[in-house]
Design a protein around this ligand. Structure first.
Ligand code: SAM
Length: 291
């Protein structure tokens, strides 16, 4: 474990990640403005977009372009500036950096060089959409963008298909029709919500099911959107206790752990990885003779 140092105390430099508006400018917080004011450099995904945002907020700052294609090299420059004691903050085009946006390599490089990272809260399209969707938000899985390649996209959907949690996708308007078709074909009939133009004047929630969405007129599906899909309700949720009981009885019968895990997953129609994790947490040490 690294030596501990709270983010806002001690001598190590700190990179701020700033979440920025996803539409409505009023969603910039006083704290975010404060950090921008203090920053000597604003590193950003797109200097034109962030330049415009900053000028609307009344700031004139030195900008550093740091996007998907140069993040690795530019993060070295940012690390250098922070180590020289300069104040630097990073923002993507909208919402949280590093969430379906550049930023995670910059964060990793900062951390690898002893620089701390602090996120300044703000808007996020996925959470806005989920909270107002009306679908179960107790547990959710954020997938972000599906691959643009049909075969990769279908593999991703195959892996998502049996998840019980509500699933969140990002999509761009030019692929929405194909994605909605792929979602229906892979996941079947499910409740779903399209949340478009969040926080903007034309914000809209289209609530229905995946089959109905196939009939949506593409010309009305403009702007940015999040798709929220109900989790798999076809099988009842199997409790951990039930999985452990089944696993134990098969192990007691003398099955090897690998076979017992596979058979438990089949018998209860649950994910093999989940059974394996429960096996590791509950049986591995007492039964490791039986591999
Ligand atoms: N970093 C952002 C965040 O924290 O939400 C996400 C950036 S990602 C490149 C852009 C995608 O986010 C869009 O294609 C759309 O799916 C979703 N999105 C962003 N702004 C949105 C908005 N105002 N309304 C609906 N979806 C939005």
């Amino acid at each position: 474990m690294r030596e501990r140092e709270p983010n806002f105390q001690g001598p190590s430099p700190l990179l701020y990640l700033l979440a920025t508006p996803i539409g409505n400018l009023e969603e910039i917080s006083p704290r975010t403005k404060n950090i921008i004011e203090q920053a000597e450099y604003i590193a950003c995904e797109d200097t034109r977009n962030s330049g415009l945002l900053l000028s609307r907020l009344g700031f004139d700052k030195k900008l550093i372009s740091c996007h998907e294609h140069n993040e690795e090299q530019v993060s070295e420059q940012i690390v250098r500036l922070l180590n020289e004691g300069k104040k630097v903050a990073y923002m993507s085009d909208a919402g949280y950096p590093a969430i379906s946006d550049p930023g995670s390599r910059l964060v990793a490089n900062c951390l690898a060089n002893g620089i701390k990272v602090a996120t300044v809260s703000g808007p996020n399209a996925a959470l806005n959409a989920l909270a107002s969707s009306g679908l179960d938000s107790t547990h959710f899985y954020f997938h972000g963008f599906l691959s643009a390649k049909p075969s990769e996209r279908d593999t991703e959907l195959e892996q998502i298909k049996n998840r019980k949690e509500t699933v969140i996708f990002y999509e761009s308007p030019h692929r929405i029709k194909k994605t909605l078709t792929a979602l229906y074909e892979s996941l079947g009939e499910r409740k779903a919500v399209i949340a478009r133009e969040l926080t903007k004047a034309h914000e809209e929630y289209i609530r229905g099911n995946l089959k109905e969405f196939l009939d949506l007129d593409e010309t009305t599906l403009k702007g940015e959107m999040v798709i929220i899909v109900e989790g798999d309700k076809s099988q009842p949720v199997v409790s951990e206790e039930a999985i452990l009981e089944q696993l134990k009885s098969l192990l007691d019968e003398g099955l090897r752990s690998k076979e017992a895990i596979k058979k438990t997953a089949e018998l209860l129609s649950v994910n093999k990885n989940q059974v394996y994790s429960l096996y590791l947490a509950n049986f591995k040490n007492s039964l490791n003779r039986r591999r």
